[in-house]
Design a protein around this ligand. Structure first.
Ligand SMILES: C[S@@+](CC[C@H](N)C(=O)[O-])C[C@H]1O[C@@H](n2cnc3c(N)ncnc32)[C@H](O)[C@@H]1O
Ligand SMILES: [Zn+2]
Length: 274
């Protein structure tokens, strides 16, 4: 990353003018607003107060362990195939987490770049650490995004929140929005044991409806399989997800006897920007 490549994605969260490198580790706009880029190379453009925090280091450690064991590799391969088929030059990952999907989906080529965005600074730090052509941004998807409009070829959104109007603004015409959501059967066995939170039953319908104004549904792929998890896999899986926020989330003792078959089931949607 360089301050130049980072700034090329960004606009000022206060006045919406473009940001440029402005000496040292600073990005600034023409109106004099300036923002520190930290030593790790990413910028935090959050403004105001917010109710939610992103994933914690403990959750990201659990995510790293679980994904590192390869259980979601078929999903990563499917995401890579769809993204590389677009021949993108600019990819934005909203809610990038550890960068597991973005790192794999980034096609070769010095002029092909990606931006990992997340509410969690720890997540963004890990994502940019994973690849030298990924820039990093801490921002809230529910706010107007501090991103310049129209320059992005692909938005990746895997198990993360969405902002349809802002996605439409930052994607180029005809760009691709790739969304992965869990099917209602995802982690069914863990939910039956009270170890995972409920999944909204009509998530896919809700998703398509919420995007209908600016996007056309172009592709829909379903991935379903049963994986045989060890107790430590189960602990990592619970620890990396929303269930870990809830009191009574499983500790190692609770899952000691939980080596078991677990359904993993994803919907992968490709939406074309109108
Ligand atoms: C379930 S994780 C998925 C991470 C990654 N896409 C993956 O699948 O490995 C959801 C991610 O969204 C981030 N997130 C939650 N709320 C957010 C918000 N309002 N704005 C931006 N990111 C957010 C979390 O910090 C977390 O990294
Ligand atoms: Zn400004």
């Amino acid at each position: 990353m360089s301050l130049q490549t980072l700034s090329e994605w960004l606009r000022c969260p206060n006045c919406l003018l473009p940001l440029h490198p402005s000496g040292g580790l600073l990005l600034g706009c023409e109106r004099g607003h300036s923002f520190d880029v930290n030593k790790r190379g990413f910028v935090n453009l959050l403004t105001g107060q917010r109710k939610f925090i992103g994933d914690s280091a403990t959750m990201l450690d659990a995510r790293d362990r679980f994904l590192g064991a390869g259980w979601f590799e078929p999903l990563r391969n499917a995401v890579r195939t769809i993204v590389t088929g677009e021949f993108p030059r600019r990819i934005l990952d909203v809610g990038c987490g550890t960068g597991y999907y973005l790192g794999a989906a980034l096609p070769p080529g010095d002029d092909v770049r990606a931006l990992g965005m997340d509410l969690s600074p720890t997540a963004v730090g890990r994502t940019i650490h994973s690849h030298n052509r990924i820039d990093g941004l801490v921002a809230d998807v529910w706010s107007p995004l501090p991103l310049l409009g129209g320059g992005i070829d692909v938005i990746l959104n895997v198990f993360a929140p969405r902002n349809p109007a802002e996605f439409h603004r930052v994607l180029r015409p005809n760009g691709l929005l790739l969304v992965v959501v869990p099917q209602s059967t995802h982690l069914r066995q863990l939910r039956e044991s009270g170890l995972a939170v409920e999944i909204q039953a009509d998530k896919a319908v809700h998703l398509t409806t919420s995007l209908a104004a600016g996007f056309s549904l172009e592709s829909h792929e379903r991935l379903n399989r049963t994986v045989q998890l060890s107790p430590s896999d189960v602990a990592s899986l619970i620890g990396m997800g929303p269930s870990s926020h809830h009191s009574g989330a499983a500790g190692d003792d609770d899952v000691a006897d939980l080596a078991r078959d677990v359904t993993v089931a994803f919907d992968i949607f490709g939406f074309r920007r109108r």
